[in-house]
Design a protein around this ligand. Sequence first.
Ligand code: AMP
Length: 433
Amino acid sequence: MSFSELGLGPELLRAIAEEGYTEPTPIQRQAIPVVLQRRDVLAAAQTGTGKTAAFTLPILQLLSTTGAPGPRVLVLVPTRELAAQVAESVRTYGRHLKLRTAVIFGGVGINPQIDLLRRGVDIVVATPGRLLDHLQQKTVDLRRIDTLVLDEADRMLDMGFIRDIRKVLAALPKQRQNLLFSATFNPEIRSLAEGLQHNPATVEVAPRNTAAELVAQRVHPVDKGRKTALLAHLVKQGDWRQVLVFTRTKHGANRLSEQLERSGIGSAAIHGNKSQNARTRALADFKAGQVRVLVATDIAARGIDIDQLPHVVNFELPNVPEDYVHRIGRTGRAGAEGEAISLVSGDERPLLKDIQKLLRREIPSSTVPGFEPGSAPTAEESARHAAVKLPEQAQHKRGATPNLPRHGGFGHGGGVRPQRDAERRAGKSRKVH
Ligand code: AMP
């Protein structure tokens, strides 16, 4: 099937061709026609499935056929990064149409946003908190909105946006089209959807666990205190050039990033305490290959759009099993293969169990030679680990062993590469109920 069969106009087809897309993804095939019919849509889709284009393209099509004043479309997203990315997609796909987009999020000055809104826009892409500020200051008028998109609705609820969302909903006209996209469906999401939607078309394509189809997952059991050394080893041994590493806390992200830097691996941390500029810069350096390892917390990583990210590492397992699925969704995107490695210490076993229960499968596990739990580090690794851990001592050790090889001789990576495990996963995807 081609894009031209989906009911999109020539300007959009041209932009799609310029993007190099040859055929619609499954979610696009299903969602585009029903959005064009102005039906409500309830879609189970996670990042990497082409979901952004699945709602953006038909919305642009609908907008292009009416010249009514705006804003007519409101897209609510959980994070600044996602807001920027969705707006970017709107601009990309809409580049041959004359539509104006405002992207509204916190952490940056409000005045440029006010100016932009005052000049008139067709589409508003916003995070709930800042949009509410504009509503309260009456610098945005949502009374003409006829299409509402809630993107990554599950994450918006996780982040505690439900009250803000409800306040925004109250400012919208009752008659409107509602599109809800969510990677996961729990009772809260369902109740939000029920209150919002009328006889929605349900679209489910990249069931969360099949996005994982392309991702080879593996667990490496390891002692807590040796995780940094193991990570450095994997990165160097595998010559990994672009690795997204997840930690549980902002502090942990900073610390790990510093430790990796000290062991000679270019690294940057990205999390909520960093300014928008610092985050954008870290992401740009990472994309440009200037930084090999990007260490992120779950929330900061949401909405990071990097094509074909080859490696994702869970330095610590997330407390919420769903976050594991979100995390590994960062790799194997848009048809590329990727691998997701979890470094699991003894105390994280219960978390691993919960994740496997959610996935309804066991993640293959193997120890990395030299890093078996309970095994003593080799002398060389001790030295390097110390260099990683303690800056003062590191100076001393480096001075003492000037010829230390960068690539350690311990462990030869046997059994490190994960095997594909697609059959076992077949047919085990979760359904929207
Ligand atoms: P998303 O799920 O919206 O985050 O999209 C994931 C990635 O897939 C983005 O980088 C898009 O540019 C890309 N993409 C979206 N639709 C297609 C398509 N039909 N063919 C190829 N790539 C696509």
